[in-house]
Design a protein around this ligand. Structure first.
Ligand code: MN
Length: 491
């Protein structure tokens, strides 16, 4: 399902106390707000006004419908008037979709001269939203609270950002990841409990034979490869004469996509330790599939494959770019420190600063033919890297703010796509904090997703969230992780 197919249900709380005239005004204003928010063009998904709820039955009914409606990616509540929140206990307890409490007000200003008790009775968000908020807190219900005037650009942007996180949560519940081969031998951080991941995040992670992929590759026709080569020529520069290597990657792209689509998978992992029957490690093929929105994790890293797919789903239609990434090597000259991120081959061209080149070079590991790959530099700009690790008994999502910078040197002999960045709060603290939190070398790097969105997503999924940012200190992080460890054991 595409971003525009998701909708968010607007449920406005009230009660019968006010009489029909006030309730009609509340309902018509709520409908007007939904209409104006949709027309404003700042929200990625449609907001649908559903009901001005006055009884527990009305609330339960709309919640049950929301839970079972595949298009509904979340519920947004707002209290124009006072809605006694014991009425909401049943409904909120049953709610299984992402939940946003919008604390806003129909009018921006208090009308000084005209204000009277009729106005006061109709415009009670200031205390109606508090009564509603208490119940969310009392139920320990995972929720987002956004306060502010609904017509303000900033408020609408925050609602839109939350919607994208909610789409990521709903999308997560449907994810299937295709694994070609197991995890890289002896590697720990990319391992994890797939049953726990399915319970918490909804991911179905299953293995498929590399030999079957080989059959699919052999079945790709020359005409199909010719057509794809034409697309490659339109989009990339060719810096190689080895067209056979490029044609083989085109076959791999077509074959992997066919198997993914056959099984309804949104991402895949593979490993250079299991390329049985393949002539090349998929490089260009994997980069192309990521560009089309599929998730990927190398060396059997199904967690990062799924996270890449989720962040790509969250950012549909945005232009910054999102990719599988790996911390590779450091520049440690004082004052000019940065991290060089890359991979053996598989970096998504959505993050390229300029038109990528297709090159063919030997690969030091894997023992196969030199693979074709896209080579480019990443964009400059603010971004995040995220890593999901299995702590044993729980999943931890680690997110770090980074500033991508243009590489200081051209690096003409580096035959892979690369990005250089400064981690927050500074290079040394940033590295220490990441390692203390247990973050992997594999990450998803995104210029479009914000740390707040990942925090919202983690809350929706019920997993731990660690944010390393400009204010992080190692001392405080260690205390936070120590307390989180205790708290998560009690959950
Ligand atoms: Mn790797």
């Amino acid at each position: 399902m595409a971003m525009k197919d998701y909708e968010f249900w607007f449920v406005v709380g009230s009660q019968f106390l006010y009489g029909p005239e006030v309730l009609e005004t509340v309902a018509s204003r709520a409908a007007e707000m939904a209409e104006e928010l949709n027309a404003g063009g700042r929200l990625p998904c449609r907001i649908v006004y559903k009901v001005t709820a006055k009884t527990p039955e009305e609330i339960s009914k709309v919640v049950k419908e929301a839970n079972y409606n595949d298009n509904c990616a979340g519920v947004i509540t707002w209290m124009h008037t006072f809605s006694p929140s014991k009425m909401w206990i049943e409904g909120l307890r049953d709610l299984q979709k992402p939940y946003l409490h919008l604390a806003t007000q129909y009018n921006r200003q208090i009308p000084n001269e005209e204000i009277d008790m009729d106005f006061m009775n109709l415009n009670q968000s200031a205390h109606g939203d508090r009564e509603h908020g208490f119940l969310g807190a009392r139920l320990r219900k995972p929720r987002k609270v956004i306060a502010g005037y609904w017509r303000d650009e900033d408020v609408q942007k925050r609602i839109g950002d939350w919607m994208r996180a909610a789409v990521g949560a709903v999308f997560s519940k449907k994810i299937k990841i295709m694994r070609f081969g197991d995890n890289m031998r002896n590697v720990a951080v990319t391992e994890g409990d797939k049953v726990e991941a399915q319970i918490m995040l909804g991911w179905q992670v299953n293995t498929w034979p590399v030999g079957e992929l080989v059959e699919y590759i052999n079945a790709v026709t020359d005409a199909e490869v010719d057509a794809l080569l034409k697309e490659y020529r339109d989009r990339y520069d060719f810096a190689t004469d080895n067209l056979e290597a490029v044609r083989y990657q085109a076959k791999e792209e077509i074959a992997i996509k066919r198997m993914l689509d056959r099984e309804g998978c949104q991402g895949f992992s593979n490993t250079f330790e299991n390329l049985y029957g393949l002539e090349q490690l998929p490089g260009l093929a994997t980069q192309r599939l990521m560009e089309q929105g599929y998730g990927f994790g190398a060396e059997g890293d199904w967690k990062t494959a799924a996270m890449t797919a989720i962040l790509k789903a969250m950012t549909e239609g945005m232009q910054g770019g999102t990719s599988f990434m790996e911390d590779y090597t450091y520049e440690l000259t004082g004052g000019g420190e940065y991290t060089l991120g890359a991979h053996m081959l598989e970096v998504c061209p959505s993050i390229a600063a300029a038109r990528p080149r297709i090159e063919v070079h030997p690969l030091g590991i894997g023992g196969k033919n030199p693979p074709a790959r896209l080579v480019f530099e990443g964009k400059a700009g603010n971004a995040i890297v995220v890593s999901l690790v299995d702590m044993g008994g729980r999943l931890r999502l680690i997110c770090q703010d980074i500033e991508c910078v243009k590489p200081a040197l051209p690096m003409p002999n580096l035959p892979v796509a690369r990005v250089t960045w400064k981690p927050m709060p500074d290079m040394i603290t940033g590295i220490e904090a990441w390692i203390i939190a247990g973050g992997a070398h594999h990450t998803v790097l995104s210029y479009d997703v914000t740390a707040e969105q990942m925090k919202d997503w983690a809350r929706m999924m019920g997993i731990e969230f660690v944010h390393i940012n400009k204010d992080t200190t190692v001392d405080q992080l260690e205390k936070d992780l120590f307390l989180a460890d205790l708290a998560w054991k009690l959950k």
